[in-house]
Design a binder for this molecule. Structure first.
Ligand code: VNL
Length: 398
């Protein structure tokens, strides 16, 4: 009969679709389709005065993925990179969109302290782990229990040089820092330790964070004639400072320049010229760090990025990806608290040396090195000559 034939025909045609729909519905119930990806929202300053930080971190994140696979627990790792132009309200809005629309498992990046602080409430409200790869004011990890840091802290960096300087003929210092979170941390932790070690801080100067004109400040330092000027400026700003330092003949006048390693940033060190020679800083990373792992890292990074040399921002991004991917693996592609808990206590070898995520503070514990700018072949490097091992953030010690 014709009707029966028709029914049979339809069923035969629809059966496969029926199965597909049922599988999809079942899978949907267990969120298997929605969870096929493990998404990382990477928010960085890709344009504007801090674009070098964004470029370094993005390049390092992509290198880590290329070297360590782009799937985890059967899920495809998706990296969503967004430019916040280093404006805190933009960072916060992008983070909100990434959490609500893209349902990212983790937020990462954060090129500057105000950008991390603006976004901290989003991490707390949505229970999304937030990995700080660049910003370095001590208090950031206290702004949300979901924040983990793989960069460094300014108190860590500043106390190293405050111990070295007085043992090396530097007794009178003027400090000059960028006037916001990390600069204020650097000034305080340098000064307290330097005074404790018998040194004298004869003036503390703070320059605007954006578009700084160093000239009037440097003139003041010149007039005060200290043994050394201690400096913190954010990554990328060191070249302008060094140029004006030389133009004013301050090196010739016998004023030494010391600081945290942000000023002799590996990204721009080669462009500074001879004025940088002999500058001593303390920091957690140098591109010339002598380990097989770092040699491999520098070589692969340079090759993948048209000769660009990785700086400490790149290492914060590379290690941040390590912490995220390994936590994803341990939590089977998890999110929220499970993912966060799998980040705490991770301990591994980084291109910087040994590194730990302190499970209590969620902050980084690592070596701080004392380094001197020297010529190696025809290039300038921060050559490490002394190590303070496994330093916790002094900003958290109460
Ligand atoms: C910060 C700290 C930014 C150190 C930096 O470069 C830096 C920050 C952009 O916390 O804002 O070198």
């Amino acid at each position: 009969d014709n009707t029966q034939l028709l029914h049979a025909g339809v069923n035969q045609w629809l059966a496969p679709y029926y199965i597909v729909v049922m599988v999809a519905l079942t899978a949907g119930t267990f969120s298997a389709f929605a969870q096929e990806k493990f998404s990382i929202g990477l928010i960085l300053p890709m344009t504007g005065p801090f674009a070098s930080t964004g470029k370094q971190i993005e390049a390092a994140a992509r290198l880590y993925m290329a070297q360590n696979g782009d799937t985890v627990a059967g899920k495809k790792v998706e990296l969503i990179v967004k430019d916040d132009t280093s404006a805190p309200d933009v960072t916060k809005r992008i983070a909100q969109e990434l959490v609500v629309n893209d349902k990212v498992n983790v937020l990462a990046g954060f090129g500057l302290t105000p950008l991390a602080l603006a976004t901290a409430p989003i991490a707390t409200q949505s229970k999304t782990p937030l990995v700080v790869m660049a910003a370095a004011t001590s208090s950031i990890t206290q702004a949300s229990p979901y924040i983990v840091r793989t960069s460094f802290t300014l108190p860590q960096a500043a106390v190293g040089i405050a111990d070295w300087a007085p043992k090396n003929g530097i007794k009178k210092v003027v400090t000059l820092v960028s006037d916001y979170g990390p600069g204020i941390d650097a000034e305080k932790y340098f000064k307290d330790r330097f005074l404790f070690n018998g040194g004298q801080v004869i003036e503390t100067l703070r320059v605007p964070m954006r578009n700084p004109d160093f000239a009037p400040f440097l003139q003041k330092v010149r007039d005060l004639k200290p043994d050394a000027m201690f400096v913190f400026v954010p990554s990328g700003a060191g070249a302008a400072l060094m140029k004006q330092f030389a133009e004013r003949g301050m090196d010739k006048a016998g004023i030494k320049l010391i600081g945290t390693g942000d000023v002799t940033d590996d990204d721009i060190l080669n462009s500074m010229g001879d004025v940088a020679l002999g500058v001593v800083t303390s920091h957690h990373y140098s591109a010339s760090h002598n380990s097989p792992l770092n040699k491999k890292f520098v070589e692969a990074f340079t090759k993948a990025n048209h000769g660009l040399r990785p700086n400490f921002m790149a290492v914060g991004g590379y290690d941040g990806m390590r912490v995220i991917i390994e936590a994803a693996r341990a939590s089977k592609g998890g999110s929220g608290e499970a993912l966060l808990n799998a980040m705490k206590g991770q301990s591994f070898e980084s291109p910087r040396g040994p590194m730990l995520i302190d499970p209590q503070t969620r902050d980084v514990v690592h070596n701080v090195y004392i380094r001197k700018v020297e010529k190696v072949g025809d290039q300038l490097f921060n050559q490490e000559f002394s190590t303070i091992k496994d330093m916790k953030d002094p900003g958290k010690a109460k």
